[in-house]
Write a protein that binds this ligand. Structure first.
Ligand SMILES: Cc1ncc(COP(=O)(O)O)c(C=O)c1O
Length: 398
């Protein structure tokens, strides 16, 4: 065959034939507990019945429509999404949301609006951050991320969680300050609260827009709908993607309405963004996050996972909600532990930090799943190779 797929991923050698909730079922009959959740995408777990029924009904009712046509799924989405939002900061009366297709696109749009609204051309970002692979998104990601030969604007990259450096750098020339409220790929590294408060104050003082990339931290993952409610520091704009539609491609850029009004209306656009099918999914995700008990389950599952993970090669656990980093003891390699866990039927993620494994399971995780992790980790106190080399890849799952 002459057609090959671009070699972007070295795949795990897992033959998944079916998935349900937090479990992957393999061709050889084995089940694997999925504590990675498809990079935070599977908010409700795989194959959620209610979401499937809604999507099937929506497909039959109105499968796709140009953005020039209004439709009920858009209004249903706006109502459901609004219910989980924090009050907008500043003089704004609310938020504007723009729908696109991916996290990178959502971040590009946030930066574009910020620079247009402020009429400035500098963006502050942070070492370790990851915001996507397109031009602007890669330009503000950590230097490790392969980017275009030049950035579309001036980039100022600062050390992570260094309040002093941020206070000094954020002045009246900066249009946007973009960060992950918890850096995921870097190894689930949390900022200090003082750092976030300093960013908020510096942006208020300088007129720069504070933008949170909530592609991973949003949609209930931290046990609150958004990271701003977890930390108590609300940005001027935030973005999300991944889990926002539970498995359909989506990007959302949410901006203070008074700021959005300063940017030209024709600045943004998308063919597929905001289509009825994906918005029916996003509305259901927002309703489920708001449903009684849902976020309580995230917080309880987080506690259970933290307790279960603290054994064998795991020295400490960091992060919040169901975005957790397992810090591996010196002398152990996180990737080898990942492989050994997979051989024991548990899928976890790696990170850019060779000492940190990542957990980002579906938010419907149950206590019995934590018990499976505990069992798999027990007995892994000595570095050991994978039992049956189930993994070819040393690829870091984003
Ligand atoms: C924090 C963060 N921002 C942005 C992105 C890019 O999202 P996408 O792959 O949907 O473009 C990712 C993807 O991993 C991410 O983790």
């Amino acid at each position: 065959m002459s057609l090959r797929e671009y070699d972007a991923y070295q795949r795990l050698s897992l033959q998944v034939v079916r998935a349900e909730g937090c479990e992957l079922f393999l061709a050889d009959g084995r089940a694997v507990l999925d504590l990675y959740g498809g990079h935070c995408v599977n908010t409700l777990g795989a194959g959620d019945r209610r979401l499937g029924e809604l999507l099937s009904a929506q497909w039959r009712q109105l499968s796709f429509a140009t953005n020039l046509i209004d439709h009920a799924p858009r209004h249903n989405f706006l109502a459901a999404f609004e219910a989980n939002l924090p009050p907008a900061p500043g003089p704004s009366s609310g938020w504007d949301v723009f729908c696109s297709n991916s996290g990178a696109e959502a971040n590009e749009n946030a930066i574009k609006v910020a620079l247009a609204a402020t009429k400035r051309a500098r963006v502050v970002c942070f070492a370790g951050g990851f915001h996507g692979r397109t031009a602007a998104a890669a330009a503000v990601s950590d230097k490790k991320t392969r980017a275009f030969p030049s950035a579309p604007f001036e980039v100022v990259r600062l050390p992570w969680s260094d309040a002093e450096a941020a206070a000094a750098a954020i002045d009246g020339t900066v249009g946007c300050v973009i960060l992950e409220p918890i850096q995921s790929l870097a190894g689930v590294t949390e900022p200090s609260l003082a750092f976030l408060e300093t960013l908020r104050a510096a942006c208020d003082r300088s007129g720069a827009l504070l933008a949170y990339d909530e592609v991973q931290t949003g949609n209930g993952r931290l046990g609150t709908p958004w990271a701003s409610q977890h930390f108590g520091v609300v940005p001027d704009a935030f973005t999300t993607a991944k889990g926002a539609a539970g498995g359909l491609p989506i990007g959302l850029t949410v901006v203070r309405s008074d700021v959005a009004a300063l940017a030209p209306a024709d600045l943004l656009g998308s063919t597929f963004g905001g289509g009825p099918l994906v918005l029916a999914a996003a509305a259901e995700i927002a309703r489920r996050i708001a449903a009684p008990g849902f976020l309580e389950n995230v917080r309880a599952a987080s506690q259970a996972l933290r307790k279960a993970a603290l054994r064998g090669p795991v020295e400490s656990v960091r992060g919040a909600g169901l975005l957790l980093g397992l810090v591996i003891r010196a002398g152990h390699d996180a990737k080898a532990i990942r492989d050994a866990l997979l051989a024991r039927g548990v899928l976890v993620g790696t990170s850019d930090d060779p000492r940190v494994l990542r957990l980002s399971p579906p938010l419907v995780l149950e206590p019995r799943h934590a018990a499976l992790l505990e069992r798999a980790l027990s007995g892994l106190s000595e570095p050991r190779p994978a039992l049956s080399s189930p993994v070819r890849s040393q690829e870091t799952l984003r």
